[in-house]
Write a protein that binds this ligand. Structure first.
Ligand SMILES: [Zn+2]
Length: 471
């Protein structure tokens, strides 16, 4: 029996295998465009990151006669997709800011003659006086909104054009939204904004990533734990995967360290460069010039044994498949953000680790994920981490492929918590650092005090972190 979709995927995109959900989504879109799946004219596909999502709409775009409109949130994504689709032999055009009226009119005419497979655009271009009429005149058969969680995450704050996207796409017969992570509340607001409250057909792939091993580690000093993990990695390039997922074991490379602030990415990158054997370390955040960001993305994409310290600005649209470890220096704001960022590891389907560090401060106790109770649930460690994640996305766990709770190496306390608390209560932060460090040459007069040198294996920087001293 011939396999039409697979034949098309093979001849155009060189893909020899279609995942079941790729087949389901691409097939449903094609049926909806041909009028046989009325209910799927509004479609939401929730697919895990790194699972070949783009093919689900590029394949219909290639097959359909009418052109497809594809909306991306970022210009970098548009350029990247334009290049990839051209490489696959699709005829593609882009509505960009700064084009002349004649250039844009030429694209509209090509669409009307059905000479184009796809037109790529940002929501802002479509929200202009040109965009509003262009969508109707082009005669699109299908509109795709990729990274659709941005509609709800960004639309209400600084991307107002997203709020109008639903209206602009109303004349397109089939609209499909794609997203990697979407909780029920996100999906409901997506429905309102993009489909103007009309019912949407939903295809949800299992969000589980069995290749990821989740670990949450309370730490007294983030720098100390990172140093430890990466030092071991630098002397021990590829230990057997069966042993890598215990908290104190090496962080496998390549690795991403997700930091909360721009300055933290720089500070941690410099620190690891100076204190581990790894020299392939760089930082990435939205404050860097575009050219430097592009160069760093390219460098990391090709790197085999590197560490990238990044804010959440890194990642969208970057498909580096062999990241072995993703570390968070503290919990992000939401479980969606955590799953999205942790999901950058193991896209090659090989075992990979997601390590969430939980800084414990001598004064306040552990930093928690209290802004998001679902993330707090994951952090509490009362049940399987994977189950907590799947519950948050309304899915059921079918057995855990590995997390610290299930594997029995749950660590509930940061190292030396008792000593640190005791020293802090007696001496206060700054004095406690001196006492714990026990530098006799500098502070001989303190040597007689209890606890002097009790954490002499820690550097002053580690201790300052542990005792919450500003450096
Ligand atoms: Zn588990």
């Amino acid at each position: 029996m011939s396999d039409y979709l697979l034949d098309e995927a093979r001849s155009r995109f060189g893909t020899s295998v279609l995942y079941p959900y790729q087949r389901l989504v691409a097939g449903t879109i094609l049926d909806a465009c041909n009028g046989s799946e009325e209910h799927a004219r509004n479609l939401v596909a929730v697919l895990p990151t790194g699972g070949g999502k783009s093919l689900c709409f590029q394949l219909p775009a290639a097959i359909l006669d009418a052109p497809t409109l594809i909306v991306y949130p970022l210009l970098s994504l548009i350029s990247d997709q334009e290049r990839r689709m051209r490489a696959a032999g699709l005829s593609v055009a882009v509505f960009r800011a700064g084009q002349t009226g004649a250039e844009r009119e030429a694209i509209v005419q090509e669409c009307r003659r059905q000479e184009l497979d796809a037109v790529l655009a940002s929501p802002e271009v479509l929200d202009s006086s040109f965009g509003r009429t262009a969508v109707q005149r082009c005669g699109f058969g299908l509109a795709v909104v990729d990274e659709a969680h941005c509609v709800t995450e960004w639309g209400q704050s600084f991307r107002e054009s997203y709020m109008a996207l639903g209206e602009h796409l109303e004349s397109v017969p089939v609209v499909a939204a794609f997203t990697a992570t979407a909780s029920e509340s996100t999906l409901i607001s997506l429905n309102e904004i993009l489909f103007l409250g009309h019912k949407a057909h939903r295809i949800v792939a299992n969000p589980d990533r069995p290749e990821l091993r989740y670990t949450v580690i309370p730490v007294s000093s983030v720098l100390r734990s990172l140093e430890h993990g990466f030092q071991t990695a630098s002397v021990c390039p590829r230990p057997d995967y069966a042993h890598v997922h215990k908290p104190r074991d090496a962080f496998q490379l390549p690795a991403i360290v997700f930091c909360r602030t721009r300055s933290e990415t720089e500070r941690i990158a410099r620190h690891l460069y100076a204190h581990t054997g790894i020299k392939d370390i760089r930082y990435y955040h939205a404050g860097l010039p575009v050219s430097q960001r592009a160069a760093t993305e390219q460098w990391f994409f090709n790197a085999e044994r590197a560490v990238l310290c990044a804010t959440c600005a890194y990642g969208m649209g970057v498909d580096k498949k062999d990241v072995r470890t993703v570390i968070h220096t503290r919990p992000p704001a939401t479980i969606e953000a955590y799953v999205q960022e942790a999901g950058r590891a193991g896209r090659d389907k090989q075992a990979a680790s997601a390590v969430l560090l939980l800084p414990v401060r001598s004064r306040e106790g552990a930093v928690t994920g209290q802004d998001d109770p679902r993330l707090q649930n994951l952090i509490d460690g009362n049940s399987c981490r994977r189950e907590s994640i799947l519950n948050a996305f309304g899915a059921r766990s079918e057995g855990c492929a590995g997390c610290d709770v299930c594997a029995g190496y749950l660590q509930t306390e940061a190292e030396c918590t008792a000593e640190i608390r005791a020293l802090h209560s007696v001496y206060g932060s700054e004095m406690a650092v001196k006492i714990a460090r026990g530098d006799f040459m500098r502070y001989p007069e303190l040597a007689c005090l209890p606890g002097f040198g009790s954490l002499s294996g820690w550097t002053t920087m580690h201790l300052s972190e542990a005792f919450s001293v500003k450096t």
